[in-house]
Design a protein around this ligand. Structure first.
Ligand code: UD1
Ligand code: CA
Length: 450
């Protein structure tokens, strides 16, 4: 079945009280827009078209960053949800198959729900996603008769009786693409807001003798973000769902309520995640890896059998091969650690490659930045980097080589060599005792006030 998805993202979002367009605010380390695009993409659609308006350039850039195949059309002025969909007509009005309309400010809709709507198309020409609202507030109300949806009444236009209805409109619509655009073309703006309402297509379809119906979902799925409070609510709802899914997938979470997942976090079966772990974008944790408490991870890949933390920070480009051990207070950025590498304590590795089974001593730093440019550090296999080694990049340490602790390594170290780059030690017999006696004598004289 062919599907096209239209994502509405042109609205201003005044109630966010922000310079940032609403749909670029983050939930689960990703813009709201990416949540909608991500569920859209899960349907393997032939096209995704995002309607942009307010903050258009930034929103378009974010859509393309998600996937270059996402197309954008501009809506200016923003004259309502039907008017927004109409902007996609030049791209989609002849599209074969189904069209689904999503709102970029509604981040929690699930793929299964959309598939349910596509299935319901067998019974109805127009399918609307509805939900029973605990507090229906300003949502559009669904007027039904048995399994038929008669109309959607916007709050502003509803009578007191209609406002008492708790069955509400999520905004998600599914219909054959050609039908959707032909209905949209008939929508007028003779309502309280003088806007072109997408919701009017229900009555227009029924006038043509077509059937409209409702698919129901949980209220939690349709949470729309209009305020910062709702943004925080959406974050909480996303995390609750992601934690439950991780547990179902065979991941151990010691304290699930303290772990924060990203929209695209992947954690394999039998991985163990300790308390207070935060996943930014782009993290993959393979089966059986362990992330101990208080780690902050983004843009990294952690292979089977690796252990990370507690208190480790993995930044974009950190690649940990199998059985790597990264310990406490270690930061890794844009660095590949081959199998079995150990970086136990208090270390920074940036722009580096470390060969298999190499041991990095405590307090090691790759000095990768000269104030202007970044430089690489390459360390071979089975090397031993002594504690407190400063590796001044660009620099290479060969296979099986050793750096003495406290060394500042500014020149390449050949394989199997020892490099010592520190001041030589001087030892003076008995000097400590003599010095302390002298200092005590000075203190005693001062105490007498002479
Ligand atoms: C809409 C529905 C309402 C439903 C509610 C669910 C209509 C007329 N009303 O109301 O029935 O209960 O969503 O959350 O559809 N947008 C544009 N261009 C526009 C206007 C809006 O792109 O000209 C986008 C917004 O960016 C947003 C979405 O459409 O992503 C919804 O717009 P919004 O103004 O929030 O609609 P509601 O008043 O909430
Ligand atoms: Ca809304």
């Amino acid at each position: 079945m062919q599907v096209s998805v239209i994502v509405l993202a042109a609205g201003q979002g005044t109630r966010m009280n922000s310079d940032l367009p609403k749909v670029l605010h983050h939930v689960a380390a990703a813009p709201l827009l990416h949540h909608a695009l991500s569920v859209a993409q899960a349907l393997e659609p032939s096209r995704i078209v995002t309607v942009i308006g307010h903050g258009g350039e930034a929103v378009a850039a974010s859509a393309t960053a998600f996937n270059e195949a996402v197309e954008t059309v501009v809506q200016d002025p923003q004259a309502g949800t039907a008017h927004a969909v109409a902007q996609a007509a030049p791209l989609l009005s002849d599209a074969p198959g189904e069209a689904i309309v999503l709102y970029a400010d509604t981040p929690l809709i699930r793929e299964e729900t959309l598939r349910g709507m596509l299935e319901a198309r067998a019974k109805h020409a127009v399918v609307i996603l509805g939900f029973h609202a605990r507090d229906p507030g300003r949502y559009g109300r669904l007027l039904t008769d048995g399994d038929q949806l008669l109309a959607i009444r916007e709050f502003k236009d509803a009578t007191p009786e209609e406002r008492a209805i708790t069955l509400c409109n999520s905004g998600v619509v599914c219909a054959e693409a050609k039908l959707l655009f032909s209905l949209i073309a008939e929508v007028k703006n003779d309502n309280a807001a003088q806007e072109y309402y997408l919701t009017d297509i229900v009555e227009l379809a029924r006038k043509r003798g077509l059937s409209a119906g409702v698919v129901l979902c949980d209220e939690a799925e349709t949470l729309g973000v209009n305020t910062r409070a709702q943004l925080a609510e959406a974050e909480a709802a996303f995390q609750a769902r992601a934690r439950a899914e991780a547990l179902d997938n065979g991941v151990t979470l010691t304290a699930p309520e303290t772990v924060f997942f990203g929209l695209d976090t992947y954690v394999g079966r039998d991985a163990i995640i300790g308390p207070n772990v935060l996943f930014g974008p782009g993290v993959t944790v393979e089966s059986g890896a362990e992330i101990k408490g208080f780690c902050h991870l983004e843009g990294c890949h952690i292979s089977r059998g690796a252990t990370v933390g507690p208190f480790a920070r993995l930044r974009p480009g950190a690649e940990l091969a199998e059985d790597v051990h990264v310990g406490n207070f270690v930061e890794i950025k844009n660095a590949i650690l081959d199998e079995g590498v150990k970086v136990g304590h208090l270390t920074y590795l940036g722009d580096a490659h470390v060969g298999e089974f190499t041991n990095i001593g405590a307090g090691t730093v790759t000095c990768n930045y000269d104030g202007v440019m970044k430089h690489r550090t390459t360390i071979g296999k089975r090397a031993f980097i002594g504690s407190d080694t400063m590796l001044v990049a660009p620099v290479t340490v060969g296979d099986g080589a050793l750096t003495a602790s406290g060394s500042v390594i500014t020149e390449d170290v050949p394989a199997e060599a020892i490099a010592i780059g520190r001041a030589r030690q001087v030892t003076k017999a008995g000097l400590a005792t003599r010095m302390f006696e002298r200092l005590k004598a000075i203190k005693a004289v001062k105490a007498k006030g002479i």
